[in-house]
Write a protein that binds this ligand. Sequence first.
Ligand code: NAD
Length: 331
Amino acid sequence: MTKRALVTGAGGFIGHHLVKYLVEKGYWVRGVDIKHPEYEESDSHEFEILDLRRFDNCLIATRGIDEVYHLAADMGGIGYITAFHAEIARNSAMINIHMLEASRINAVERFIFSSSACVYPQYLQKSPDVTNLKEEDAYPAEPEEGYGTEKLFMESLCKYFYEDYGLETRIVRFHNVYGPLGTYEGGKEKAPAAICRKVALAPDGGEIEVWGDGEQTRSFMYIDDCVEGIYRIMHSDHPGPLNLGTDELVTINGLVDMISEIAGKRLTKRHDLTKPQGVRGRNSDNTRLRQVLGWEPRISLREGLEPTYRWIEAELRKSGRGVETVAGTLS
Ligand code: NAD
């Protein structure tokens, strides 16, 4: 029989791509969000606009569903998650607790929770020259305030529902996901999309602003690896948290250089030290992921940035913005 999947946050970046992936796999898919996808229509069989902070809406969303892919959250890039601790933690806690309980009541088979590398302790991320983070490093805890604290609590709640009610919960800790159809302006965008936008709008030989001194390090995972990883983790027999990311470490300055090279532009970086830069360095240890799945993300940063940059450049051009190419301004 056709499996019925619910994707919450289906109007968002990862959720939108995941809907497409599941439909291609033969699932019947219901997408739920408080908004429609921004850049193209959802492929879901049913799309419902519901505020999942409300328990009654979570019951509606989970009716008749076999597998819940729970991605809805109040989230954004480092500027956003640094500025709104109370709002983010309150909204996501309400969504998460209600979604988990509604999934239990409606007897779904499996539930996957999208956690984050922001659960890892700040004290392990003070140097750009990082030690890769293993799943057990999350404790003793000192997560990112607000956003990370809430994710860490929800991870425990998933574990309790697994242990006490037998709900097959899975937990995935994403490390910075990027790709086409991700938010690239407005304050909720993450570093790769923000830098692609700045590079696209800058003239060759010009200057772009970089947050912090640019020596902070991260790893970035392309969206196609992300959705495949979610699906594989959902169907694994591992209920504990799993990192999902690449371990290709790059400085933000290195990321800017890679994107400038894709654009064919020579740009000067203007570092703004007053802007939030998050932890100093972070990378994923994929040992357990490899053990559990026999698989890990494989798309290199250079490979994934190419379509991401081209998509953002095309979007800016469509919206009539002054995209600068090496040949001159196009808008
Ligand atoms: P996103 O912001 O694009 O998607 C989240 C979606 O949740 C949005 O469309 C939003 O409208 C929806 N939402 C928010 N409040 C809601 C509500 N009250 N009711 C219903 N829907 C609501 O973010 P994303 O990048 O697609 O992230 C998906 C999940 O992955 C989130 O849980 C996020 O915390 C997690 N995550 C993402 C990354 C990343 O790099 N993108 C990294 C770590 C963790």
